[in-house]
Structure formats: structure tokens, C-alpha cells
Design a protein around this ligand. Structure first.
Ligand code: F6P
Length: 321
């Protein structure tokens, strides 16, 4: 193997840049040539490739987003696009590929690898819903962003004796909301995995009022059955003792400087991915298993879903009392 490429794909996640840096520098240290594929799988089809030398990844370790840019391209599930992608890789003399991204991106890596092209995945998604790793890149930074917001909102909530509904990302996964609820001291967490009737939410808030709390914090994942303005309107009508306000954190959670944890994880994932490729192994995703780096076949990653540990839900409710 003489030339490898790296791309970032799917929703951006803090930690992608330090991971690109780690991939590039590891490959260069091994005497390989490295190319960046810009704009993920769509960029692959357009042949949007750049040479990456050691200085091209200088000064990016502390940056959120991704210098390679990213995108979602579900069409890559179609065999005609996969064949075109393979052709573009061959034309550019690329012999191995590292895909840094979420679950959808791992499908792309898997398709190429099943066509015999050496591809390897690195999990990056603030949702932490990728099977095969305890932590994906970006999760820790996003959690830090969320708790900073919760801490600030609690200041204003207590000053006005209000209840705040704080909405996090997580279309299909409650991980971010659940962990943020525990570490941010929420009265209640609403997640897609656990349906809670509006009456129970009102009861938890009302209970906090009766116990003398000066505020109530409810953290809601965007994918929860009850969320947004509709939730606020229902709660306002139920007379809990508090007035409600809604804050949707949105894409703020995807940006920002990667934390120490994410930078180290990015370095470990990047090094492991390139060394595995070089050793002639592919079709796997790098992941964190306990404190160790592990590898899971991409087929398994794509066919399973990482389930949110509902023990955290019990903890969140107990600790709110
Ligand atoms: O990165 C994952 C995620 O943050 C989801 O939680 C969210 O629903 C989605 O991306 C939104 O991304 P976009 O607006 O970029 O499509």
C-alpha cells in the first residue's frame, strides 16, 4: 500500500479535525502518501481530492468542524454510486480509505470494503448511537457544551422561579439528553427510548416546586415523543407552580473546540485505523471498548444499533429528588 485517503462524513462532530491530523501524520510516518477526500461520499464521486502533507493538518487540533468538509449522501447505498466511487479511488491511485463519520458513513465504508477495497471506519457522531464503540468522537465535547448551557439556564431559572425545558440533539437516541440530565442535575429527562405522559412530567415539576426547589430543569432529546413548543403548552396548562420556558440548543452542540477527551480519542482512533490498514486488515470500525481500542466488523456495526443504557434513566430520576 502506497497511498491512502481520509474523509469525514455525515454530521460533523468535534474531534474530526484532530482525527484527520492523526490519520495523516501516522500515514506519513509510515512512508505513505495521503489524500483528503473533501465533502465525503459526494466529493468522492466528483473526484474532489487534495494532497495532504504534514503542514496541511497543522493548527487544526483545537478546531471544531472539519477542514475536509462533510455531507450526507444516502444515495451511496446504490450500487451504481458505489462502483463509481471505486473507480474514482482507483483512478487517483488510492489503495486504502479511512472514513470518519456516523452510522450512515459506516454503510459507505462497508460497501467499499465488501467490493474488495480496503476501507476502515472511525466513529464520529455526537449522538453516540454507533454500535461497536462506547464513545464516538464529539460526544464528550457536545456534553460539555450542553452542561455549560444548563448551568447558565439554571441561573436565570432560579432567579425567576421558572422551569426550563432544554432540548438536545438526538433524533433517534436519548444518550446525550440522558447523560446531560444526570450531570446537569435535571428533574426529568425525556428520551425517544422511554415514553413519559405529559401528566408525569407535570407531576415531577410540581413535586420539585413542593419540595422547595427554586427551579426545575427538564432535558428533552429532540426525538422524544413529547418535545418542543407543544410540550411547553401542555405543561403550562397543568399548573405546576412554575412558569415554563423552552431553549432548543440545536447545532450549537455540534461545534466548538474538542475537549481533551475527544482529542485523545481522535489520536488513538486515527493511529489505530492507519496501523490496521497497513497491516492489511479492513472492513472493521475502530472503537473504544472499556479503556482499550477494539475493532468491530463493519457488517456488525451496520446491522446493530447501540442501545442507550436505561440504567442511566433510573439514576437520573433517583438523583433528582
Ligand atoms: O449529528 C447527529 C445529529 O446531530 C442528530 O442528532 C440530528 O438530528 C441531526 O444530526 C441533525 O443534523 P442536520 O441538521 O445536519 O441534518
Amino acid at each position: 500500500m502506497r497511498t491512502i485517503a481520509v474523509m469525514t462524513s455525515g454530521g460533523d462532530a468535534p474531534g474530526m479535525n484532530p482525527c484527520v491530523r492523526a490519520v495523516v501524520r501516522t500515514a506519513l510516518a509510515a512512508g505513505l502518501k495521503v489524500m483528503g477526500i473533501r465533502r465525503a461520499f459526494e466529493g468522492l464521486l466528483a473526484g474532489d481530492f487534495v494532497d495532504l502533507g504534514p503542514r496541511d493538518v497543522g493548527g487544526i487540533i483545537q478546531k471544531g468542524g472539519t477542514i475536509l468538509m462533510t455531507g450526507r449522501f444516502p444515495e451511496f447505498r446504490e450500487p451504481r454510486y458505489q462502483r463509481l466511487g471505486l473507480r474514482k479511488l482507483n483512478e487517483a491511485g488510492i489503495e486504502g480509505l479511512v472514513v470518519i463519520g456516523g452510522e450512515g458513513s459506516m454503510h459507505g465504508a462497508r460497501a467499499l470494503s465488501e467490493m474488495g477495497f480496503p476501507a476502515i471506519g472511525i466513529p464520529a457522531s455526537i449522538d453516540n448511537d454507533i454500535y461497536g464503540t462506547q464513545m464516538a468522537l464529539g460526544v464528550d465535547t457536545a456534553l460539555n457544551t450542553i452542561i455549560e448551557a444548563i448551568d447558565k439556564l439554571r441561573d436565570t431559572a432560579s432567579s425567576h422561579q421558572r422551569a426550563f425545558v432544554i432540548e438536545t440533539m438526538g433524533r433517534g437516541s436519548g444518550y446525550l439528553a440522558l447523560i446531560a440530565g444526570i450531570i446537569g442535575g435535571a428533574e426529568l429527562v425525556l428520551i425517544p427510548e422511554q415514553e413519559v405522559p405529559a401528566e408525569d412530567v407535570a407531576a415531577a415539576v410540581s413535586d420539585a416546586y413542593v419540595r422547595g426547589k427554586t427551579h426545575a430543569i427538564i432535558v428533552v432529546a429532540e426525538g422524544a415523543a413529547l418535545h418542543g413548543q407543544a410540550l411547553i403548552e401542555q405543561l403550562d396548562a397543568m399548573n405546576t407552580g412554575f412558569q415554563f420556558r423552552l431553549t432548543i440548543l440545536g447545532h450549537v452542540q455540534r461545534g466548538g473546540r474538542p475537549t481533551a477527551f475527544d482529542r485523545l480519542l481522535a489520536a488513538r482512533f486515527g493511529v489505530a485505523a492507519v496501523e490496521r490498514l497497513q497491516a492489511g486488515e479492513h472492513g472493521v470500525m475502530v472503537g473504544l471498548n472499556g479503556r482499550e481500542i477494539g475493532f468491530t466488523p463493519l457488517a456488525e456495526v451496520c446491522e446493530q444499533r447501540r442501545r442507550t443504557n436505561l440504567e442511566y434513566y433510573r439514576m437520573a430520576r433517583m438523583l433528582a429528588k
